[in-house]
Design a protein around this ligand. Structure first.
Ligand code: COA
Length: 247
């Protein structure tokens, strides 16, 4: 069964995570697939907006922890994650995310690269990188402090404190909260409206809004990536992964 589904609704291209039995934890194959889909969507003039969504009870439980274990023996593997993050960060057209349930690790940090986030009221975000012996990724060490200030960012990224939809809206990570049953419809309505707007104006506005920080974002993705790989090999991280997998 495909772990990433796609659907075209007019000029909105939906990328739908489909690994619900594993809470949509992202495998390396899923990163490769999403990168290819984003590149295709960037090129296709008939696609104006991308909508990320997910099947099952959760948006995304972060990186697949089994892949973290095997990545320790193959440094090139992490490359696929970095390529996805760079592609997401510089994607030229609007990205909307429809999120619900658990959003862990990259399930939360990828939202920093989305332009609008619609959330179900049952959202639970958590970035337990440090608790797993890792470091935050996805340029979150740059973008979170910019968004919420150092102290709130420290709570989220270093203490790994979890937060709900209301807090996510207060912090500026989420634009709108809905009941779970209305999530997809609400996100699709916003995507449709956006996709009907003058496309070149939308793309130019997004480009101008992001231009200032984008160069730093790419640098930070790489510097976090190098440290992340070192931490992946650490005894603390390997112990934490084994503890999760044996649970
Ligand atoms: N990697 C691999 N498998 C994962 C996973 C991950 N990141 N997250 C969840 N799963 C798997 C579980 O092992 C379980 O598989 P099983 O049914 O074969 O045993 C299944 O998904 C359901 O997860 P479970 O933990 O039973 O669900 P829950 O509702 O009790 O908890 C979470 C949901 C997301 C809070 C919990 O799964 C979790 O903490 N996952 C790890 C998140 C994480 O640390 N990600 C990395 C961040 S850097």
């Amino acid at each position: 069964m495909a772990t990433v589904l796609t659907e075209k609704q007019g000029s909105v291209f939906e990328i739908n995570l489909n690994r619900p039995d594993k809470k949509n934890a992202l495998t390396l194959a899923m990163y490769v697939e999403m990168t290819a889909l984003l590149k295709q969507a960037a090129e296709d003039p008939n696609i104006h907006v991308v909508l990320f969504r997910a099947q099952g009870q959760s948006f995304c439980a972060g990186n697949d922890i089994s892949d973290f274990v095997s990545a320790a023996h193959n440094p090139n593997i992490l490359q696929d994650v970095l390529v996805f993050l760079h592609t997401l960060a510089s994607f030229p057209k609007p990205i909307i995310a429809a999120v619900h349930g658990d959003a862990v690790g990259i399930g939360t940090t990828m939202l920093l690269h989305c332009d609008l986030v619609v959330s179900a009221d049952n959202l639970r975000c958590k970035m337990p990188f440090v608790q797993l012996g890792l470091i935050p990724e996805g340029a979150s060490t740059l973008l979170f402090p910019q968004l919420v200030g150092h102290r709130h960012a420290f709570e989220l990224l270093v203490e790994g404190r979890s937060f709900d939809a209301i807090k996510a809206e207060q912090l500026g990570i989420v634009n709108q909260i809905t009941e779970p049953d209305l999530l997809l419809e609400t996100a699709r309505n916003r995507a449709k409206k956006l996709s009907d707007s003058p496309v070149d104006s939308v793309i130019a506005a997004k480009q101008l809004m992001k231009a200032e920080t984008l160069k730093s974002v790419h640098q930070v993705i790489d510097s976090e990536g190098a440290l992340f790989y070192q931490r992946l090999l650490s005894e603390e991280a390997q112990k934490a992964f084994m503890a999760f997998l044996q649970k």
